[in-house]
Design a binder for this molecule. Structure first.
Ligand code: PGA
Length: 254
């Protein structure tokens, strides 16, 4: 059996955060000491406007900075968009792509998400590719089919030595306080792992599969113990250093 990949706990601030909120990042950066950083990669993905200042704030600490989305192209006439290259230059090490809020509100297809993930790899950052079923799809018994199709359609053709990250985020669990049962999480993560290994061979073993959707300090420890859960993508609970740090430290008991 291959060794489990290093933990990754990433915070997604979504459209929240002004300069003054970098104080939360500074206090998180102070808390993540070298020992913890040795076992878990920690990242905060603030809005694009804060990426550069956040990278300065977290510089030299165990906290990396990420972006929340990018365009598929490197540059061009795309008013309002940012490219992966721009985010990387500003200090992003990860870029989230295909979040369900973007798949839904901006009708992003699997093909678009794949092109974005390729752009992220091309720019030298690691894409965090989000997948997840709606409540209707879960209730219709279609969860595994939906996820499998999203993985097949949204992942690049090469895994670049495990530099991809997958985040399983059931749409109905995001921002709702609802979470799947541990058995449901395990079923999906195990299926994703099998698909990644079938698709990428041994590289598929080293791809981190994060769970996301109402992850909180009080449920993180049990979720992180589930087989093939290699970390978390955290929305609401990442906005405050204390609650996010409590999730990060939960990897120690998992
Ligand atoms: P949540 O969001 O933790 O607030 O549910 C997770 C996400 O959307 O990444």
């Amino acid at each position: 059996m291959t060794e489990a990949p290093k933990w990754l706990v990433a915070g997604n601030w979504k459209m929240n955060g002004l300069k003054g909120d970098l104080g939360e990042l500074a206090s998180l950066a102070e808390k993540v000491g070298p020992e913890l950083a040795g076992i878990v990669d920690v990242a905060i993905c603030p809005p694009s406007t804060l990426v550069m200042a956040a990278a300065e704030t977290a510089n030299g600490s165990g906290v990396a900075i990420g972006g929340q989305d990018c365009h598929t192209a490197t540059s061009g006439a795309f008013t309002g968009d940012v490219s992966a290259e721009m985010l990387v230059e500003a200090g992003a090490k990860y870029i989230i792509v295909g979040h369900s809020e973007r798949r839904d509100a901006y009708s992003e297809s699997d093909e678009t998400v794949r092109a974005k993930a390729e752009a992220v790899l091309g720019a030298g950052a690691d894409p965090i590719i989000c997948v997840g079923e709606t409540l209707a799809e879960r209730e219709g018994g279609d969860t595994l089919d939906v996820i499998s199709k999203q993985i097949a359609g949204s992942t690049p053709t090469t895994a670049k030595n495990g530099r991809l990250v997958i985040a399983y985020e059931p749409v109905w669990a995001i921002g709702t306080g609802l979470t799947p049962t541990l058995e449901q999480i395990e079923e999906v993560h195990t299926a994703i792992r099998a698909q990644l290994v079938a698709q990428f061979g041994v590289d598929g073993e080293s791809i981190r599969i994060l769970y996301g959707g109402s992850m909180k300090p009080d449920n993180a420890a049990e979720i992180l113990k589930v087989r093939d859960v290699n970390g978390g993508l955290v929305g609401g609970a990442s906005l405050k250093a204390d609650s996010f740090f409590a999730i990060v430290t939960a990897v120690q008991g998992a």
